[in-house]
Design a protein around this ligand. Sequence first.
Ligand code: HEM
Length: 139
Amino acid sequence: MLQSIHSTLAYVVLAALVIAIINSFLGLSAKRNFEKKDRSFALIALIFSHVQLVVGLILWFTSPLGKEAMSQMSNSAMRLTAVEHPLVNIIAIVLITIGWSKHKKEDSSNGKFKKIAYLYAVGLVLLLSRIPWSLWLAK
Ligand code: HEM
């Protein structure tokens, strides 16, 4: 059950991040004010990323493709789900969280959009780089 939650939530997390990033870049280029809806897009993406982090952590301890697979590090598919995906994704979610915290400290709308756009975008690229695509798309 956890595996299917993690697998389905992945679509929601990626979509929420793409929306928050595109919205911030558009706000930046239009030089408009940072409004409540801009904060909401960023907050929703942050919350879904954190829920996915918690589900992923539990999955890592319970799935045969998590902790257990660390004994099969020479197998690249096992290394991906047991080590690379969890580690890189945790770093990505830390960057997204830093983006969220830093946007709050900015006074200007331009500064707020920048923090979310750049840090969320780097986080998204990291996430995409370590998704077990063959496992996911085979479903
Ligand atoms: C936003 C962050 C994350 C995204 C978008 C994501 C996405 C995915 C996707 C799409 C899969 C393939 C699922 C499938 O079988 O269809 C997967 C598998 C897995 N993920 Fe994540 N993940 C994230 C974070 C994490 C974290 C932080 C951990 C652990 C600390 C983790 C642990 C795992 C494990 C162990 C598997 C293999 C589970 C199995 O198929 O039995 N994930 N993840």
